[in-house]
Design a protein around this ligand. Structure first.
Ligand code: ATP
Ligand code: MG
Length: 400
């Protein structure tokens, strides 16, 4: 089937006034960005709908990309026909015949937004349905549970017919909710947390703590690969790489073993807060989930939060590992996440980490360290990398 236009539906509900403009502009930006490789397409919006005019580009490929844009509720490949009865009837029949397998039942829904059109939506529905019944062998009407919904939209900007509605990614367009700094490790959880934040419309930056030479260059490369996966959903991402070896070494030399991990995390938070302030992020995010591992207790979360004032978001807090893993497979980070490269925590695992750390003890144990100097030094030596949507490996052909 040669489709003319992809119709994009979005946030029909709660949007009003200025919010709506911001939402629509951000959405249109994301759509244009992700469709950049398709030179012929034209993106425009009119009266609460967005359209991608295909001009010969492949509808399936275009829709595959659009399914990664947050803020889109559904997509339809449509044909655009002349605004008259015969064109609508013919168009609908042609669309139904193009479906494989052939639907056994159908219904027609007409929306007449352009009130200048002389037939009522009921009349259009009956006319189109009558034509389908005449022209498509064996097909029946079923109003309640049809195989195919034929949607006819008569609008000022054109008359569109579609027989498919493909779910969009939902959420809010990236760039409408401010900036969040994601603590990105090489594990399964934090990339999923980043994806969930993107889904809520934030602009994402990432921070990674690297303990070279305890952790290898390859483990850092893996984090870059994970950030790159996220760019498929949100566009380019700044990655702040923090040298963490000195801090880990001082903690290990000076603090009791069972508190090593907690104190290390408190340093991560202090540094992340400083980087967030520098870069304009309004919150931090981690992949922590309550009770998932011994260190992710409320006591531990409290101890980790304690040294900072910036909000720390934990989008996975109430999710099970199976739910998290499912998302990680869906967004294609899972295979990378399970690659066996050490991260700075696995090389730093004491035999019996405290599961209910006490803030007063953290403070007492940390008092022997020059916290300010350690944090300042790490912040100063932090390097910023720009992870773009460009392919990172020669084997990857996908451009976005
Ligand atoms: P993940 O699968 O995201 O690594 P996890 O279940 O392994 O999480 P932890 O290792 O306890 O849990 O880490 C909790 C969170 O702390 C991570 O989700 C991540 O946000 C952050 N984090 C841990 N290590 C690092 C690191 N080296 N750099 C940046 N953030 C980190
Ligand atoms: Mg981890």
């Amino acid at each position: 089937m040669n489709y003319d236009v992809i119709m994009i539906r979005y946030g029909e509900l709660a949007l009003k006034g200025k919010n709506r403009d911001t939402f629509e502009e951000a959405l249109q930006r994301s759509v244009k960005l992700i469709l950049r490789p398709f030179h012929a397409v034209k993106v425009f919006r009119k009266y609460g709908r967005m359209y991608v005019k295909l001009n010969g580009e492949n509808a399936t490929e275009v829709m595959e990309r659009l399914q990664r844009i947050f803020g889109i509720t559904s997509l339809s490949p449509t044909i655009q026909v002349e605004q008259n009865d015969e064109a609508m009837r013919k168009g609908a029949v042609e669309l139904i015949k193009s479906l494989d397998p052939q639907p056994k039942t159908f219904r027609v829904d007409t929306r007449r937004a352009d009130k200048r059109y002389p037939m009522s939506s009921n009349e259009v529905t009956r006319s189109v349905a009558g034509e389908i019944l005449r022209e498509v062998e064996g097909i029946k009407v079923d109003l309640h549970n049809a195989d195919t919904n034929v949607e006819v939209e008569i609008r000022e900007e054109g008359t569109f017919i579609t027989v498919q509605r493909i779910p969009g990614a939902g959420g809010l367009p990236v760039g409408t909710s401010g900036k969040v700094l994601l603590l990105l490790s090489g594990g399964i959880d934090s990339p999923v947390a980043g994806w969930m934040m993107l889904k809520r419309g934030v602009t994402l930056e990432a921070i990674h703590f690297h303990s070279y030479p305890f952790t290898s260059e390859r483990s850092l490369e893996k984090v870059r690969d994970l950030a790159h996966k996220l760019t498929r959903w949100g566009g380019k991402i700044k990655l702040h790489v923090v040298p963490f070896t000195e801090i880990q070494t001082s903690i290990r030399q000076n603090c009791p073993e069972d508190y090593l991990i907690t104190i290390m995390r408190r340093f991560m938070m202090r540094i992340s807060e400083r980087i967030a302030k520098k870069t304009g992020a309004l919150a931090l995010a981690t992949g922590e989930s309550l009770g998932q591992v011994a260190s992710q207790t409320l006591e531990s979360m409290n101890a980790i939060n304690n040294p900072i004032n910036i909000p720390l978001l934990r989008p996975l807090v109430s999710m099970d590992k199976t739910e998290i893993t499912k998302i990680s497979r869906d967004i294609d980070t899972f295979e990378l996440s399970i690659l066996p490269y050490e991260d700075c925590c696995t090389i730093f695992t004491p035999k019996n980490p405290v599961t209910r750390p006490r803030v007063d003890l953290c403070e007492k144990f940390e008092a022997v360290l020059d916290i300010e100097a350690l944090v300042n030094d790490a912040v100063e030596r932090t390097e910023i990398e720009e992870i773009t949507t460009k392919p990172r490996h020669e084997t990857v052909v996908d451009l976005f």
